[in-house]
Design a protein. Structure first.
Length: 479
């Protein structure tokens, strides 16, 4: 009984102390036309929405989201049973009330106890109104015949509306500096691209202006983002801005991406949560990328972040797995010189990959019993026969150890004309250097044995060769 009393007393004083310091949240909700229904308090994170709290409204449509610790600050959603919702700000003050009804939620929204949320509601109403006005104007613009006098009038109206929005946003940022609302509005602003004077004698003026706009946007895209403010993590747009920038705005070249990863990471280092978030975002985004060559980004992230003292959130087991994974990637990155392989041929001689003299060399890892290999290998062989040996050669590596099976299959299908090799005892460690975990696996090398494409399908291989070598063959076919 004494221990129970001690625990109860401690919890009681924690509750009182939190109440005195305002370390609780109490958001009263009233939905006038909903009675005895469940509503949810949701939040944004990592491009998704999650449920934080659930309450049952009473017979008058009233209920309260309550907790004995503060919520993470950000934009939250109050979700109704119809799946419709409205957004509220959860900032320093987490005790206030909201009232509305399920129809025309924003128009009927009333806030008490939070000036910041009143301003946020006004902002939402303003943007809805301006959005509707702009949509009508654009619809009218599309309906006008070319050369109509009304076109310039409507365009002036659209420009005027855009300026009004800009002025309103700047006013909110000024009036709410440092507050959650001010930080959010500022972060939502895109950089204002200054106009440039293009000399009259310059050809392709539009191209010059486009490049200027692209380059300025690339350099200044994050100017309005405070990467030390973790409140942005709990908004719907922060993840989207990162994703848009790194997958749509930037050229999808790994060296370019690595440069801007370092730029963003350096800005986020002041806040541990923000830093962890962006580094995880980069890894997950480019680990799952369908674009060839992005494993170079993974190696960069490992070398400069994950396998350094900058990251402390990974277990030792996962660190070791990442080390092993990166070790397999490091030797076969796009742009690297491919690891030389000296292997035994079908006829008990030896062939070396780097001794092949051809403009392009295909390193083809395969096996006879692989179902996908049975479909791809004959296509690759047909492609092989279209080109001369000084143009295109195939270094076909049998990945298993049954020589009779391999030999019989090659002879049966007529694959004796390309370079057939194997490494029965894995002396070359080819699985490690070329990261072979499935077959078929394709690497395309240039004349210097630099990797220019890897893990591509047959169609991509055919397209590359057709672009680089196909003109000669097309000319000959047309003779």
């Amino acid at each position: 009984m004494k221990n129970v009393y001690t625990i109860f007393t401690a919890l009681f004083f924690v509750f009182i102390w939190n109440s005195i310091l305002g370390q609780t949240y109490d958001i009263e909700v009233k939905i006038n036309d909903l009675a005895n229904q469940e509503v949810y308090l949701g939040y944004y994170y990592d491009g998704k929405t999650y449920v934080k709290d659930t309450i049952q409204l009473d017979a008058t449509g009233k209920g309260s989201f309550k907790g004995d610790s503060l919520l993470e600050q950000g934009i939250y959603l109050v979700v109704l049973p119809t799946k419709s919702y409205f957004e509220i700000l959860v900032g320093n003050d987490q005790e206030f009330s909201v009232e509305t009804q399920s129809d025309n939620i924003i128009d009927n929204l009333k806030i008490k106890g939070s000036d910041e949320n009143v301003a946020f509601k006004d902002f939402q109403q303003f943007m809805i109104k301006k959005g509707a006005e702009s949509s009508k104007l654009r619809e009218r613009l599309r309906s006008l015949p070319e050369g109509s006098d009304s076109i310039s009038i409507i365009e002036d109206q659209l420009d005027k509306s855009s300026k009004e929005i800009k002025e309103y946003w700047n006013q909110l940022i000024e009036e709410h500096q440092g507050s959650l609302l001010g930080v959010i509005i500022k972060a939502m602003k895109n950089p204002e691209i200054p106009e440039i004077e293009v000399p009259e004698d310059v050809e392709n003026k539009d191209s010059v202006r486009w490049f200027h706009s692209y380059n300025y946007n690339r350099q200044h895209y994050f100017d309005n983002i405070d990467f030390s403010d973790q409140r942005l993590l709990f908004t719907p747009f922060f993840h989207n801005k990162l994703e848009t920038y790194f997958t749509k705005i930037l050229i999808q070249d790994p060296d370019t991406i690595n440069y801007y990863i370092d730029m963003v990471a350096s800005r986020a280092e002041a806040n541990d949560d923000m830093f962890e978030y962006v580094i995880r975002f980069f890894f997950n985004t480019f680990q799952n990328s369908d674009i060839m060559g992005m494993d170079k980004v993974i190696v960069h992230l490992a070398d400069n972040y994950y396998l350094t003292d900058k990251v402390d959130w990974m277990s030792e087991e996962n660190v070791q797995k990442l080390k092993e994974h990166v070790a397999k990637l490091r030797f076969n990155l796009i742009g690297n010189i491919a690891q030389d392989l000296k292997m035994e041929t079908l006829h008990q001689e030896y062939a070396r990959l780097h001794e092949i003299h051809a403009k392009y060399t295909l390193v083809y890892f395969w096996e006879p019993n692989c179902g996908h290999c049975k479909k791809v290998t004959p296509k690759v062989h047909d492609l092989y026969q279209k080109y001369d040996r000084d143009e295109f050669e195939v270094f076909a590596v049998y990945t298993q150890t049954d020589k009779e099976e391999w030999s019989d299959y090659i002879i049966e299908h007529g694959y004796e004309d390309w370079i057939n090799v194997w490494d029965q005892y894995n002396l070359t460690n080819f699985r490690f250097f070329y990261n072979i975990y499935s077959t078929p696996t394709i690497y395309l090398l240039d004349k210097d044995k630099k990797i220019i494409a890897k893990r591509i399908g047959y169609d991509t291989l055919e397209n590359i060769l057709e672009i680089e070598l196909g003109k000669k063959n097309l000319v000959e076919e047309n003779k």
